[in-house]
Design a protein around this ligand. Structure first.
Ligand code: MN
Length: 335
C-alpha cells in the first residue's frame, strides 16, 4: 500500500492545529467506520478535531458512534483554526457536499477513499480502488504508522469492511479483506454486535415493503437489466424509513437473471436515487452511473436524477437504451 503517503499524512497530523473529519453525505457503515476509527487515533495523540456531515446520520450506526461525539453545524467552516480536512470514502467533494466550503480556502485536504471514480482532490490522496473499503485502507494506514488499533477502532473498521463487502459476500470481498477482518476480530472487534447492528434490525413493515419492491421486479430484455423501484408514498404508507431499505440495493446481487440490477428510490425531496449492481466482470456500472452524473465502483454505483419516480424510470431506461444499443456489455471501452 502507499506506505509513503500514509506516513506523510501521519506526520502532517502531528502538526495540524484543528482537523475536520468529513464523510460522504448519507454516510454508510464504511464512511462512518473509517471516520470513527480516525477519531480514536486522533484522541490518543491529543490532536484537536471536529466532525461534520452534510446530512443526518442514520440511527442504524449508533452502536459504533462514541457517546460524546458531537457533529458540528455548517458554522465549523467559518472557524479559522481548522487547517486540515480529512474526507472519507468520498469519490469527489460534491459527494460530501463541501465543494463551496473548501473553495479558495487554504485547507490541507486529505482524501482517503477506494472509489474507482475518485478525482484525487486532496493534497494527499490515499486512494486504492482495488481495496474493499476505506476502512481496509485505514487499517493499513494505522499499521504503516505503528498506531495502536484498540477494540473500538477494530469494531469501527470491521463495520466498514462488512458493510462494503455485503457481509463478505459481494465482489469487493478479497482474501485480504477476509484476512484483515480476522485480524480485527483478534484485536477485539465485536463481530456479533456488528451483525446485530447491520443485518438483524428490520421491523415487519419494512420487510413488507421489501416484498412490494421485489414484486415489481422486471427484466428489460434488450438491456438485460433487472430493475425495480419504490416511491416516497410507498414508504409513507408503511411508515418505513430509508434506513430500513438500506440493504435492498445489495440484495440485487442475489438475482441470477440479466447482466445487472437497478433500483430507483424516490427521496423525500422528490429526487430519485438510482443504484446499479452487477456480479459480472464484463459490465462496468460505474460508467453507467457516470452518464447520469453519478459514480462509484465498477460493480456497484449510483446516481441521482429528477423525479417523480415514473418519469425518472422512463428517462433512465431510455437513456440506457441510447447509451448501450448492444446491451450493458461495453467490452471495448473497458480498461
Ligand atoms: Mn466505501
Amino acid at each position: 500500500m502507499g506506505k509513503y503517503t500514509a506516513q506523510r499524512i501521519h506526520t502532517h497530523m502531528q502538526n495540524a492545529k484543528h482537523v475536520l473529519l468529513v464523510p460522504h453525505k448519507n454516510p454508510d457503515g464504511d464512511a462512518l467506520g473509517a471516520l470513527i476509527a480516525f477519531t480514536h487515533y486522533l484522541d490518543k495523540q491529543d490532536i484537536r478535531y471536529s466532525t461534520y456531515c452534510s446530512t443526518d446520520i442514520s440511527s442504524v450506526f449508533s452502536a459504533i458512534l462514541p457517546k460524546d461525539l458531537e457533529w458540528s453545524t455548517k458554522d465549523i467552516w467559518k472557524d479559522d483554526s481548522v487547517d486540515t480536512v480529512v474526507v472519507f470514502d468520498t469519490g469527489d467533494l460534491s459527494h460530501a457536499q463541501i465543494t463551496s466550503f473548501v473553495k479558495n480556502k487554504p485547507y490541507t485536504i486529505i482524501n482517503i477513499d477506494h472509489h474507482a471514480t475518485n478525482t484525487d482532490y486532496g493534497m494527499y490522496n490515499l486512494v486504492f480502488n482495488s481495496l474493499s473499503s476505506t476502512s481496509e485502507i485505514l487499517y493499513h494506514y494505522f499499521i504503516a504508522n505503528t498506531a495502536e488499533i484498540n477494540a473500538d477502532m477494530a469494531t469501527s473498521l470491521l463495520t466498514g469492511i462488512i458493510s462494503d463487502t455485503g457481509n463478505f459476500t459481494n465482489s469487493a470481498t478479497s482474501k485480504e479483506a477476509i484476512f484483515i477482518g480476522s485480524k480485527l476480530i483478534e484485536l477485539g472487534a465485536n463481530f456479533t454486535a456488528i451483525q446485530q447492528m447491520l443485518f438483524k434490525r428490520l421491523p415487519i413493515d419494512a420487510l413488507k415493503l421489501w416484498g412490494i419492491i421485489f414484486s415489481r421486479l422486471q427484466k428489460h430484455k434488450k438491456l438485460q437489466l433487472v430493475h425495480t423501484f419504490f416511491s416516497h408514498k410507498d414508504m409513507n404508507d408503511l411508515s418505513v424509513t430509508m434506513d430500513d431499505l438500506d440493504g435492498i440495493t445489495n440484495f440485487l446481487n442475489a438475482i441470477h437473471e440479466g447482466h445487472a440490477g437497478m433500483i430507483l428510490k424516490e427521496q423525500a425531496d422528490g429526487k430519485v436515487k438510482g443504484s446499479f449492481r452487477t456480479t459480472r466482470d464484463d459490465v462496468n456500472v460505474a460508467k453507467l452511473a457516470q452518464h447520469f452524473g453519478g459514480g462509484g465502483h465498477i460493480k456497484a454505483a449510483g446516481f441521482t436524477v429528477d423525479g417523480p419516480i415514473e418519469a425518472a424510470q422512463k428517462f433512465v431506461l431510455k437513456e440506457l437504451e441510447l447509451l448501450c444499443p448492444k446491451g450493458l456489455i461495453m467490452k471495448e471501452e473497458m480498461a
